[in-house]
Design a protein around this ligand. Structure first.
Ligand code: SAH
Length: 250
């Protein structure tokens, strides 16, 4: 197995593949003035196994196209939505977020939790904008500095991982300069990182290593996550996921 295949295998049975929670998804939704009587159209990009997709489907009148590059996650989501009787509201689509088979103005809402960094915040916003109706909404969670300065170790780590990491004011500026008006912003809670993401992930490590017979690559995958978690515990006051809700106004 390649490293990416191992990473997918480690994450596939989890409820989420990144920090977040039902509460955060509902909070993000609460900033949008969406008609309840219309059949809304949403896209959930980088949906993973659909933690947020299921919450959205349970709380909205509409249809969701849930997009991910990896069919393993979409299979999990399909299974869960069937179990919950939501298969009529959620359609999964295997596609890359930078090459989507959508038409212009197709969606009322484009949702993406913990995934836009893959193509980059600016590029993602610029590319996805065309698929929104006028007055449509974006909801994006994006890694964000939460203080004006920070220790060098954590700054270097994140700049190495994602050079576009920045303060909320600069992320909001990017939204505004692309024709969006911010309608809400908040920071994910500690629980969304630790209780909902890191702890369930850690609980898989042992079984994952056994399943892969302790290969060097499997050990490397676990080592990398352990050091990410360690850094998070040490420096969590300096960064989080910011959740940005914005309306297409220009
Ligand atoms: N939204 C989910 C998953 C976030 S992790 C949650 O918050 O739990 C990022 C997701 O993006 C993963 O599911 C990964 O498979 C997916 N992904 C990676 N590259 C992608 C691409 N090029 N296009 C679409 N999805 C991609």
């Amino acid at each position: 197995m390649t490293e990416i295949e191992l990473i997918i295998d480690l994450h596939r049975n989890s409820e989420r593949q990144g920090p977040g929670s039902k509460k955060d998804t509902l909070m993000a939704l609460s900033f949008m003035d969406l008609p309840q009587d219309n059949d809304l159209k949403l896209a959930d990009i980088g949906c993973g196994s659909g933690g947020q997709t299921l919450t959205l489907a349970q709380n909205l009148n509409g249809h969701i196209t849930a997009v991910d590059l990896f069919p393993e996650f979409l299979a999990e989501l399909n299974e869960k939505s069937k179990k919950l009787g939501l298969e009529g509201k959620i359609k999964t689509l295997k596609a890359s977020m930078d090459n989507l088979p959508f038409t212009k103005g197709e969606f009322d809402v484009i949702w993406s939790e913990g995934a836009i960094y893959i193509m980059g915040f600016s590029k993602g916003i610029q590319y996805w904008k065309q698929f929104l109706t006028d007055g449509g909404y974006l909801a994006l969670s994006e890694i964000t500095w939460t203080t004006n300065s920070r220790p060098r170790e954590i700054e270097e780590f994140w700049i190495g991982e994602y050079p576009e990491i920045d303060a909320a004011a600069n992320k909001i500026k990017i939204l505004e300069s692309n024709g969006f008006t911010l309608v809400g912003y908040f920071i994910l809670s500690e629980d969304s990182w630790i209780e909902n993401y890191y702890k369930p992930l850690e609980s898989q490590f042992e079984h994952f290593l056994k399943r892969h017979e302790n290969t060097d690559l499997a050990k490397k995958v676990v080592r990398d996550y352990r050091s990410e978690i360690e850094l998070h515990m040490k420096y969590k006051e300096y960064y989080s996921y910011g959740f940005y809700m914005a309306k297409k106004t220009e």
